[in-house]
Write a protein that binds this ligand. Structure first.
Ligand SMILES: [Mg+2]
Length: 236
């Protein structure tokens, strides 16, 4: 049975959240004279939440929200030099080389022999395009969709645009909120591969999904088997 399997990119194909965590820690240390790391962190998450609809997802929004948080926690005392250090940390994140998760290329090559593969990622268009190019994985996907949000409407639009059969569409990703729940809600299937860290604004509860529609994998190497099991279950 030939399916369309769509993959999330950040923290599903390559490391991402760990880089943000390291950068956040460095900035936390820089701003230690003004705020405890925990209170800076809370402020940053709140600022990012507030700014999402203005900046969207990605490094640029993170950097701007970090600067805003720094100004707030320091009561306006943060120096131009410190803001410059934050900007430079953001630029380093943007230029950071792509580090694929283990087994990604081999798993995609295997799956691509039998199935149509897509990538659906959200974030900054320019940065995601450059990461896809750096990853060297681009040619393994028949289509790449860089979207501003991953909700039911986004997935419905993609399904319509590519004339996909909902019953033969599987989304694979690390985020329950973005990659799993909306896909199950529109009647397609999903495979959850948790990453070592989940960004707080991506946290959601999955509950106990129907194993014929949703599976949990420890790594991308388990996806093929999970798909076979899922489709056998649902066809009986
Ligand atoms: Mg992800």
């Amino acid at each position: 049975m030939s399916l369309t399997i769509a993959f999330d990119a950040d923290d599903t194909l390559w490391h991402n959240e760990t880089l943000f965590a390291v950068t956040s820690e460095q900035i936390s240390a820089l701003l230690a004279p003004y705020a405890e790391p925990e209170s800076l962190h809370r402020r940053l998450i709140e600022t990012e939440r507030r700014n999402l609809r203005l900046f969207g997802y990605g490094v640029k929004g993170f950097t701007l929200s970090m600067i805003e948080s720094a100004i707030e926690v320091s009561d306006g005392k943060v120096s131009a030099g410190e803001i410059q250090t934050i900007l430079e940390a953001g630029k380093r994140l943007l230029a950071h080389p792509i580090e694929l998760l283990p087994g990604v290329r081999a798993a995609l090559e295997d799956l691509g022999r039998h199935h149509n593969l897509m990538m659906i990622t959200k974030g900054d268009l320019f940065h995601q395009e450059s990461r896809i190019a750096m990853s060297g994985l681009g040619e393994l996907f028949s289509a790449v969709e860089i979207v501003s949000e991953k909700n039911q409407e986004t997935y419905r639009r993609i399904v319509r645009r590519y004339h996909l059969d909902l019953d033969r569409f599987v989304m694979v990703g690390n985020s329950v909120k973005s990659d799993i729940l909306p896909v199950l809600e529109i009647g397609a299937r999903a495979i959850h591969i948790p990453y070592e860290i989940t960004w707080e604004l991506e946290m959601a509860e999955l509950g106990q999904p129907d194993p014929g529609r949703c599976r949990l994998c420890a790594s991308i190497g388990e996806v093929d088997q999970a798909i076979r099991a899922m489709f056998q279950l649902s066809s009986t």
